[in-house]
Write a protein that binds this ligand. Structure first.
Ligand code: FAD
Length: 513
């Protein structure tokens, strides 16, 4: 007999984990061992466009967790399932085999995962297994923020007001960390699950081998300690400047916590708790005009998109939030050349290309260049990371694909998901639909980013561009497209003004063209 916590690839931590806390309490009360189970669902990784970098990050996190769990006398059992439809049965069979009567999980809000867990609940109830389900991912539980008529509030500004006041009036949302967990070593005495029961963790999952695993490990060390260190690095100064600097691509302007939040190596509660502790309780009230307040609102965006995903399963199914925009007339791009130019960072728009080359870069930084002080600073500081992209760069690249190139947002959404370490369906889908103007609280379709103006704001000296687009390294800031060809850099793939008018026309005439 044992109590099982089924850890998933989005709640990979011991500290402050609600389902794990519940499982540990139950095991203690019943005087039986607590086990942790982790399953590699290869079919899900394929269906959900998991990037090899993300899968590798999961494995690295798991290796650290295995040791930490061992210190707490908690065994970790891992196994692999190829066909995702068989997952609920496999878990139920395992519980039966081990004579487990109590299973604990944190909810995953993506539609396939919700369906999987409903099936698991059905099977486990029939088999006499109690399955306890916790809300752990968000600061405020999905479904709690509603309009006056009881519907999901899906406009960000009023939603955010309610979210902020919910957090302030219910400190239990985040103030207290979950109780520490551990097995009493004596529980293993008569149990088949000795403390040495740990399964070995594979080096890679076939089909998801990470080509630049070493570089990723160097840039993105795994585990909760690494996440807490990054979180502490936000410090007073960086978070204080967050409001002013958060659009800057050439500066150390954001936390880079997203891979850790996406795998759950750290949770949103921990982050907000730390910021609130340091920056007093009126952080929320200050909101605009306060770096910490604005930063917490970014965590709010993460909650917001998770709430949307939980309330509107269609967004997890490749459909626009605004169903009307299912009829937008996207370019056909029959031979895929337009999409390819975007992916390769060869659109002839330097800021877009720099972003997309950051997305594409494998395994190493571009070769060293002339040692201008700014570039040198960036190189030694590892300021520019790969396997990741700054929010403004993602917005610029996504807006360009969907508005300037009129390519269907779903192709970009998939490409990002397959490229990054922090791939998260809610935030990725929300970000893409915002840029494509098909989503909730969308960027209105008539407001289209001008890549040159964005470049001036986000990378005023051109350092970010020079870093990722070596052809333009010799060009000063005012370099114009006319000079591009001479430098071996492509001419702009489309005229921005023409593209802007085309996008506006297409959105205006949805269903008519
Ligand atoms: P910070 O600025 O330090 O923000 C702190 C945390 O708040 C982030 O780690 C993240 O968890 C959350 N956050 C910040 N901005 C957003 C936002 N706009 N939406 C949702 N959450 C946010 N984020 C992901 O975690 N995974 C994705 O797959 C993802 N895809 C995106 C795709 C597009 C097209 C766009 C426009 C945005 C996407 N984002 C995604 C949101 C955002 O770009 C990243 O969370 C952010 O760049 C991560 O950097 P950071 O940790 O330094 O963020």
């Amino acid at each position: 007999d044992a109590v099982v916590y089924w850890m998933r690839m989005q709640d990979m931590r011991i500290l402050d984990n609600r389902a794990l806390e519940g499982a540990s309490k139950c095991a203690r009360e019943r005087g039986i061992p607590l086990l942790v189970v982790f399953l590699f669902s290869v079919g899900d990784y394929r269906a959900h466009d998991r990037s090899p970098r993300r899968v590798d990050f999961v494995l690295r996190n798991l290796n650290i967790l295995k040791d930490s769990l061992a210190e707490l006398h908690i065994p970790l059992h891992t196994f692999t399932v190829e066909k995702r439809k068989t997952v609920p049965n496999r878990i139920k069979d395992l519980m039966n085999e081990w004579d487990v009567k109590d299973l604990f999980i944190n909810v995953e809000y993506e539609v396939d995962e919700l369906r999987r867990d409903l099936k698991l609940l059905e099977l486990s109830t029939a088999a006499g297994i109690r399955c306890s389900v916790y809300h752990d991912r968000c600061l405020v539980q999905p479904g709690q923020i509603k309009t006056k008529d009881g519907k999901m509030s899906s406009i960000y500004t009023p939603w955010m007001k309610q979210w902020s006041s919910a957090i302030q009036s219910h400190p239990d949302y985040f103030k207290e960390a979950c109780a520490p967990v551990a097995n009493d070593p004596s529980v293993h005495k008569h149990s088949m699950f000795g403390p040495l029961f740990h399964d070995s963790i594979p080096d890679a999952i076939p089909g998801f081998e990470c080509e630049d695993a070493d570089k990723m490990a160097e840039l993105w060390p795994a585990g909760t300690d690494a996440a807490l260190k990054k979180s502490a690095n936000l410090g007073d100064t960086r978070i204080g400047q967050y409001e002013d600097q958060r659009v800057r691509l050439d500066m150390d302007s954001s936390s880079r916590l997203s891979p850790y939040l996406a795998t759950g190596a750290i949770c949103a509660r921990q982050c907000v708790r730390a910021v609130m502790k340091k920056h007093s309780n009126d952080t929320f009230n200050a909101s605009r005009g306060s770096g910490p307040g604005v930063w917490i609102q970014e965590i709010g965006w993460r909650d917001f998109y998770t709430h949307i995903m939980a309330a509107y399963p269609r967004v997890s199914m490749g459909r626009p939030y605004h169903e009307k925009y299912a009829d937008v007339f996207w370019e056909e791009d029959v031979d895929g050349k337009i999409l390819e130019a975007w992916k390769e960072g060869k659109t002839g728009y330097p800021i877009v290309d720099a972003a997309m080359r950051q997305c594409k870069t494998q395994g190493m930084f571009p070769a060293p260049w002339d040692s201008s002080p700014a570039s040198f600073f960036m190189f030694i500081d590892d300021l520019i990371l790969i396997g990741y992209m700054h929010n403004r760069a993602r917005m610029i690249a996504a807006m360009f694909l969907t508005k300037d190139l009129m390519i269907d947002w779903r192709l970009g959404e998939r490409h990002f998901m397959r490229s990054f370490l922090d791939g998260d369906l809610g935030s990725n889908n929300g970000g893409w639909q915002w840029c494509a103007s098909t989503g909730t609280d969308p960027q209105p379709w008539f407001r289209i980013f001008n890549p040159y103006l964005q470049s001036e704001k986000a990378d005023p000296q051109g350092d970010y561009i020079r870093h990722f687009v070596p052809e333009l390294r010799k060009l000063d800031n005012k370099g114009m497209p006319a000079e591009f060809e001479k430098l071996g850099y492509p001419k702009p793939i489309v005229d921005h003004k023409f593209a802007r008018d085309r996008a506006i026309r297409r959105f205006k005439n949805v269903g008519e063209e």
